[in-house]
Every structure is written in structure tokens, then in C-alpha cells.
Design a protein around this ligand. Structure first.
Ligand code: PLP
Length: 387
């Protein structure tokens, strides 16, 4: 069989500056990494609280393996639903203040499963233009009509909701903290529109979980909107340092997903060790609030540092700080030069972000030290002078 089409496609990607390759990390995930054999500063991880190598998570996973073994052997709908799955779901419901929660194998699984469960032919989904690929794919799989509104544009969202007045099933889906821009959705206003026009609101707290809210429950909790947002999803793979994802909401929502959601039904349940990490990480959200404070301190310090060097900052008050470069190839060259100075900042290109908005996506961690930040700022200054 000929794979010529693969080579042609790869050549096309290289010419467009869009070719991607894997980098290899040896050792664990910290504020520094051993990347392709060299120690570098890590400014591109979503391990915002530094929990991915926390001793409590390591110990919890080992203990779970000793007690429950490794795999679940089947879907949770068959014989794969174990004690720790339900224990973690209760912890998440408590954290979120909801009746119930359901674990998914990843945030990607969650979004491609929830949307087709709740919407179908005849429904309309209103989706922010900058929503994550997993939301886009969930919309496509649902076969619903999809209305993409410009990023955070409330007037457009409202006029589109008005146009769809005759439809019985309307869903609005938005991230609460946008993954590539670091800005917050105008959530109180979106909640208001959902209520006024009879739409069901689904929020994706992938980047907000762990970092925002008094106990790290997310932006919904920070704004006290828990009772008015019926469906909240988030991941355990980012700030919570482990793997898997959740949906929090009513008992009926959980039950419906167990009965109808294909990405829950037709996949093997996550291993007990992964559930144990989730439980341990949620305990740490309560026990180590200083991690959130350290993260917020670092956000302020980096922003002040970049501003004083004359970089123009995006409108982000979060741990995600994009520096927009524009052209993909230039952005990637900037990222490579930073890496030569042992500072690892991922360049983000289309199709992850819109054409012409390629950017250096700097992410902060609670475990970055003052010294780490100073070294990064110096590298940014030096590399910029070469451009
Ligand atoms: C990362 C991410 C996901 C997917 O979560 P995983 O657990 O990594 O699969 C979903 N939504 C958003 C907004 C994300 O950034």
C-alpha cells in the first residue's frame, strides 16, 4: 500500500510551519524538566499547582494498586465500577456543591460524550468561537445545529438565541477560562441569557479547576453561580496533577449520562490508581491552599516583569499568559530560541488557534520560584533583541 499521501501532507505541513513533533521528557513533571537530555525551565505545563509529582498522589496511587490491583477489566457499565470511582465522584460533588458527579476517562471523552447525549437533530448548540477542540468535536458528533458566536460576544449570543426561539432544545457551551487566551468568559451574563432564553448551560472548567475559587472548585464557585449552572465539566489532568475528568450536576444528569453517553458506556473504566490520585489531589486543594496563593503570586510577578520589559500583555489575569506573535513560523522560531536558553515555552499555532494569532503560551505553576521567573524574563528579553 502506498503512503505517498502521508508524505505529501507532511511536506505541506512543514512548508506552512505547522509540522509538529514530540519532545521527550525524562524524569518527572516539575517546574524544571529534563527535555531531550537537558534541564530546562518548564513554562508550558498545565500542572498549575505542581501536584503531578506530589508525594501524596504517588503514595495514594501505590496504595490503590496494592489494594485493588491495576486495571478495571471492563466498562464501568459491566464489572468495571469500583469503590474508588464512586468515592472520587462523591468528593467531586462535594467540592462543586452539586448533587452528583460522574468520572470520564478524559476531558476529551467528556466533551465528545456529553454534547451528543444532551443534544441531537432538532437541537441548537451555541458555542464560543474559541472553545476547545473537544467541544467542537462533541458538537459535530451530536448532529445538532451549531451556532458559533464570536468569542465572548454577548450581543451576538443573545440575537442568536432570539432567532432560535422556536427550538425546544437549546444548549450554550463555553469554557470558563479559555485555554489559549487565559481570559474568563463573562459567566454571570451568560447564565442570565441561558435563563432568559430557556437554554441549558454547559461550562468547561478544564483550566479553572484547582486554580480558581476559594477551594479550587473553579470559576463557577468563585462567582457563586453553582446553583445556576446545571452542567460543569473539568479535568483531573491539569491542575489536579493526575488523569481523568468529571461532570458535576444533578443526579438525573449523572443517571442520563450513565444510560446514554457513549464515551462512558463503550470504554474501559479508569484504573483504581488513577481514581486514588484524584481523591488525593482534591484533599490537597483543601489542605494546601498556599499552592493557589503561590500561583497567584507568580501570575502577578510574571505580568509585572513582562510589562516592565515592554511586552504587550493580553487581557489575561490567569496562569495562562499568551504573547501573541502572529505568523506561525516566527512564533516557532521564538520558542526555539527560548529553548536554546533552556526556557521551554510552547508556541501555539493553527489549527489550535486562529490563523495569524500564533502565540507563545506561557503557563505558570505554583512551584516556580522567584529565580525561575527571573531567568525566564531574562531569556525573553534576550531573544526579543535578536528578532
Ligand atoms: C485540556 C482540555 C480538555 C481535555 O481534557 P483532558 O482531560 O486533557 O482530555 C477539555 N477542554 C478544555 C478546555 C481543555 O483545555
Amino acid at each position: 500500500m502506498s503512503l505517498d499521501f502521508a508524505r505529501l501532507e507532511l511536506e505541506r505541513l512543514k512548508e506552512a510551519g505547522l509540522y509538529r513533533k514530540l519532545r521527550l521528557v525524562e524524569g518527572d513533571q516539575g517546574p524544571t524538566l529534563t527535555l531531550n537530555g537537558r534541564e530546562v525551565l518548564n513554562f508550558c505545563s498545565n500542572n498549575y499547582l505542581g501536584l503531578a509529582n506530589h508525594p501524596a498522589l504517588r503514595e495514594a496511587a501505590k496504595a490503590a494498586i496494592d489494594r485493588y490491583g491495576c486495571g478495571t477489566g471492563s466498562s464501568r457499565l459491566i464489572s468495571g465500577n469500583m469503590t474508588l470511582h464512586e468515592e472520587l465522584e462523591e468528593k467531586i460533588a462535594q467540592l462543586k456543591g452539586t448533587e452528583a458527579a460522574l468520572i470520564f476517562n478524559s476531558g476529551y471523552h467528556a466533551n465528545i460524550g456529553i454534547l451528543p447525549t444532551l443534544a441531537g437533530e432538532g437541537s441548537v448548540i451555541f458555542s464560543d468561537a474559541l472553545n476547545h477542540a473537544s467541544i467542537i468535536d462533541g458538537c459535530r458528533l451530536s448532529r445538532a445545529e451549531v451556532v458559533i458566536y464570536p468569542h465572548c460576544d454577548l450581543d451576538r449570543l443573545e440575537s442568536e438565541l432570539k432567532k432560535a426561539a422556536g427550538k425546544t432544545q437549546k444548549l450554550i457551551v463555553t469554557e470558563t477560562l479559555f485555554s489559549m487566551d487565559g481570559d474568563e468568559a463573562p459567566l454571570p451574563e451568560i447564565v442570565g441569557l441561558a435563563e432568559r432564553y430557556g437554554a441549558t448551560l454547559i461550562v468547561d472548567e478544564a483550566h479553572a479547576t484547582g486554580a480558581f475559587g476559594p477551594t479550587g472548585a473553579g470559576i463557577v464557585a468563585k462567582l457563586g453561580l453553582g446553583k445556576r449552572v446545571p452542567i460543569q465539566m473539568g479535568t483531573l489532568g491539569k491542575a489536579l496533577g493526575g488523569f481523568g475528568a468529571y461532570v458535576a450536576g444533578s443526579r438525573d444528569l449523572r443517571d442520563l449520562l450513565i444510560n446514554r453517553c457513549r464515551s462512558v458506556i463503550y470504554t474501559t473504566g479508569l484504573p483504581p490508581a488513577v481514581m486514588a490520585m484524584g481523591i488525593a489531589s482534591i484533599d490537597l486543594l483543601y489542605r494546601e491552599p498556599q499552592r493557589r496563593l503561590a500561583l497567584w503570586h507568580n501570575i502577578r510577578a510574571l505580568r509585572e516583569g513582562l510589562r516592565s520589559l515592554g511586552f504587550s500583555l493580553a487581557d489575561s489575569q490567569s496562569q495562562i499568559q499568551p504573547l501573541i506573535v502572529g505568523v506561525a513560523s516566527k512564533c516557532m522560531a521564538f520558542s526555539e530560541r527560548l529553548l536554546q536558553k533552556d526556557v521551554f515555552v510552547q508556541g501555539i499555532r493553527p489549527p489550535t488557534v486562529p490563523e495569524g494569532t500564533s502565540r507563545l503560551r506561557i503557563t505558570l505553576m505554583a512551584t516556580h520560584s522567584h529565580h525561575h521567573l527571573e531567568r525566564a524574563l531574562r531569556a525573553f528579553e534576550e531573544v526579543r533583541s535578536q528578532f
